[in-house]
Design a protein around this ligand. Structure first.
Ligand code: PLP
Length: 377
């Protein structure tokens, strides 16, 4: 009775979720993938005022219209509410897509977001890893991608830029090459763009729907507007494809949480104000990134400068231990939480993910404590 099936047995626990419950009142948490701010006050008010009843399966029409408009403003897309599906989170959006379409092989980033392999295995599909090598600043080598696709013949590919865990961004030109290749080969692209608004040094974000019709774009309101725990995401794509994602979304979720939908409508209706809010956060996070990267390199944790998202991914190879041993040691001895890079795939081994979505004081305190521990290794 209640023997877990083979699919569930194939799921590894997320190293981030494993850390979630650990630590005490003095722990410095540099593991967390969530913004340290909440939504603007007027969004709070709209959430408070909203009702508690169920909403439509596809999400509130007004919200879908507003998202379509925002994508017009940000990326020049000419889409409407039928091209948008509101989901219970970015994670649920990805799982609804996996449930709707996956079957054969799916190419995913290595290192990459921890939910991808679990979701692919849960729907009975096979994972194929696409290297994002540190020698290449954690970007895709398009020739290597082509070779892997010729050999493995995947039906779908998940791309994620800016990347969790490395913060790297693939440039527009090579993304266009990838999009054209996938079009030719009939490989569907799922582009996870939950960090699209966290790009630094005025870097361009290429939305995959600007480059090809053959893509589903996943986004989340968890990160940008600061609604992590309220859980809200969305998918953008061609109307007939969105209809099929909705077929899986309904038995998984029925409908997305209603209150945050009203909050996001308020945020997007006041787009100029929200853009100002987001610009301020992006500037703050860029400053924190620079601060963290400088200290990491100073204390001997070699670290490239991430171009987006809110994570650094320093190299801990010289300490002669696995990244899981290193992060355990740092938690035990420094009382600081950092995430084991090996949990993001084999090419994450030898690294840890350290988040700067926290105050400068926390960053400083956490890194000082880490410095003291690594001096003893
Ligand atoms: C790359 C990536 N995709 C998707 C998600 C899921 O976002 P959500 O919080 O909306 O489930 C995350 C969250 O950390 C992420 O890092």
């Amino acid at each position: 009775m209640f023997e877990p099936n083979k699919k569930v047995q194939s799921v590894d626990e997320s190293p981030i979720r494993r850390l979630f419950a650990k630590g005490g009142p003095n722990t410095v948490d540099l593991s967390i993938g969530q913004t340290d701010y909440g939504p603007p006050e007027f969004v709070h008010k709209a959430i408070d005022k909203a009702h508690y009843r169920y909403g439509p399966t596809e999400g509130l029409k007004k919200l879908r219209e507003e998202i379509a408009l925002r994508y017009g403003d940000l990326y020049g897309l000419k889409i409407n509410s039928d091209n948008v599906l509101i989901t219970g989170s970015g994670t649920e959006a990805l799982f609804s897509i996996a449930s709707s379409f996956f079957g054969g092989k799916v190419l995913i980033p290595n290192p990459g977001f921890v939910m991808y392999p679990s979701q692919i295995r849960l729907v009975g599909s096979e994972v194929v890893w696409l290297p994002h090598r540190k020698e290449n600043n954690f970007k895709i080598d398009v020739d290597e991608l082509v070779k892997i696709c010729e050999k493995e013949n995947p039906s779908y590919m998940i791309l994620n830029f800016p990347s969790n865990p490395t913060g790297s961004i693939q440039n527009r030109k090579s993304l266009q090459e990838i999009a054209d290749f996938c079009q030719k080969k009939g490989i569907g692209i799922i582009s996870d763009e939950v960090y699209d608004l966290f790009t630094y040094d005025d870097r361009d974000h290429a939305c995959m729907s600007q480059l090809t019709e053959n893509a589903l774009v996943v986004n989340s309101l968890s990160k940008s507007i600061g609604l992590c725990g309220s859980r809200l995401g969305f998918v953008i794509g061609k109307e007939e494809v969105i209809k099929n994602v909705k077929k899986a979304h309904q038995p998984i979720m029925a409908c997305a949480p209603i209150k945050p939908q009203y909050g996001v409508i308020a945020a997007l209706e006041n787009w100029d104000e929200t853009k100002k809010f987001l610009k301020g956060k992006r500037e703050l996070y860029q400053k924190r990134r620079d601060f963290m990267v400088k200290i990491l390199n100073m204390i001997g944790l070699k670290c490239h400068k991430p171009e987006g998202a809110f994570y650094t991914f320093p190299d801990i190879g010289k300490f002669g231990m696995s990244s899981s041993e290193f992060s355990k040691l740092i938690l035990e001895k420094a009382d600081v939480k950092v995430v084991d890079g090996g949990g993001f795939g084999s090419l994450g081994e030898g690294h840890v993910r350290i988040s700067y979505a926290t105050s400068e004081e926390n960053i400083k305190e956490g890194l000082e404590r880490i410095k003291k521990v690594i001096e003893t290794i």
